[in-house]
Design a protein around this ligand. Structure first.
Ligand code: FAD
Length: 346
């Protein structure tokens, strides 16, 4: 397994459960795009026009998450917490409210169960939101996980099943006779099967992408703040003068605010990008004004040409799983199943 982000490590778990002996090679497992993610598993709140197929995949992934949680708990005795709080979708100005209506039309067309809420009648889900937000739609089935917790628990399950971790960077991949070979900074390694799950980094030297298969990095940033206690509240997805914004309330007044989106491979954040996110956050949730900024996290989302995830057969025992773009945490258990369907048990 070349790359130990959420895709690589969850796939490693599926392989180990299918009796493969697995080694994950990554200099910093779980510290790529996965670390920047808010961890929203939100097929309902994120339904978008023209993306019905992706929506169905995200919905299936949410169901697959329940199995993943059970598998990890069975192996380690420690469950990953899946918080089913739903997503409240709101708009700030008249144009934004029209965007919410359009979103609701699309989501209902895909079969998402939505409840339209008036703040006057049901104030609780609107707690802390700007007074300008007087209504919203609630996608009750959506959930969130903490990607840091996911990575720690999946790694513990993997290690309990004998998966080895090598903190090393892969320089070259190849095939020698009937074996796949990995040349890493700390030496080489060979096996029967190789999976590349390097996110937006793409393929290491020695492997070639099939025609029309590619990934490009789309930078994104989330802010981590300590402030209002929003743990018991639905996730908020807001349109702010046409721009998307979201907030996820975690335990101990920890909030994740997101997310910027820039077509760029550069991990440094532009001040304007940071300013837009802070400004939109304060407009939607004014009580963030006195929150403490803990950290910014930046990640490069792996986007394919058609924005769909893929599992590509590179030949000679090599596979490439990428293109999970804005939904890799959601899609990880589906990516793992796809891999097992392709390669079977050891
Ligand atoms: C700001 C932001 C917010 C997001 N929010 C959400 C969300 O709420 N919900 C959701 O579902 N998704 C979200 N995503 C998307 C999600 O984070 C990604 O789709 C997902 O993390 C991709 O996982 P990955 O394992 O493919 O890539 P990564 O997590 O980037 O992992 C790739 C790994 O490969 C390793 N690697 C690279 N090159 C080599 C090499 N040569 N040798 C060895 N190892 C190598 C890296 O060290 C890294 O650990 C968000 C993304 C961002 C940036």
């Amino acid at each position: 397994m070349v790359g130990g982000g959420v895709i690589g490590q969850v796939s490693a778990l599926a392989l180990a459960r299918a009796r493969w002996r697995v080694t994950v090679v990554d200099p910093a497992p779980g510290r790529g795009a996965t670390a920047a993610a808010a961890g929203m598993l939100a097929p309902g709140g994120e339904a978008a026009p023209g993306e019905e197929e992706n929506h169905r995949l995200h919905q299936a992934a949410l169901d697959a998450w329940r199995d993943l949680v059970e598998e990890v708990a069975e192996t380690t005795g420690e469950a990953i917490a899946l918080h089913r709080v739903g997503t409240l979708v709101v708009g700030l100005d008249a144009g934004d409210r029209r965007l919410v209506e359009q979103y609701a039309g699309v989501a209902r067309g895909y079969g998402v169960a939505l409840r339209t809420l008036a703040r006057r009648d049901e104030p609780a889900p609107f707690e802390g939101l700007s007074a300008r937000v007087t209504q919203g739609v609630l996608a009750e089935g959506d959930a969130w996980v903490d990607p840091d917790e996911v990575m720690a628990r999946v790694r513990a399950a993997n290690e309990a099943l004998g998966v080895e971790y090598r903190a090393s960077s892969v320089r070259r991949c190849s095939r020698v006779v009937s074996r796949v070979v990995v040349e890493a900074d700390d030496g080489s390694l060979e096996g029967d099967l190789g999976l590349v799950a390097t996110g937006s980094t793409g393929l290491p030297t020695g492997l070639e992408a099939p025609p029309a298969t590619s990934v490009r990095p789309v930078r994104g940033m989330t802010l981590r703040v300590v402030g209002p206690d929003r743990y018991h509240l639905p996730m908020v997805r807001a349109y702010v003068h046409g721009r998307p914004f979201y907030a996820v309330g975690r335990a101990e007044r920890y909030n994740v605010l997101g997310a910027s989106s820039e077509e760029s491979p550069v991990r440094a954040v532009e001040l304007g990008e940071l300013q837009r996110l802070v400004r939109d956050g304060l407009e939607v949730i004014p009580e963030l004004e006195t929150a403490d900024l803990l950290e910014t996290r930046v990640g490069l989302r792996p986007a394919s040409g058609d924005l769909r995830p893929f599992l590509a057969d590179l030949g000679g025992g090599w596979w490439w799983s990428s293109g999970h773009y804005r939904h890799g945490v959601t899609l990880a258990p589906v990516a793992a199943r796809r891999l097992i369907d392709a390669v079977g048990s050891a």
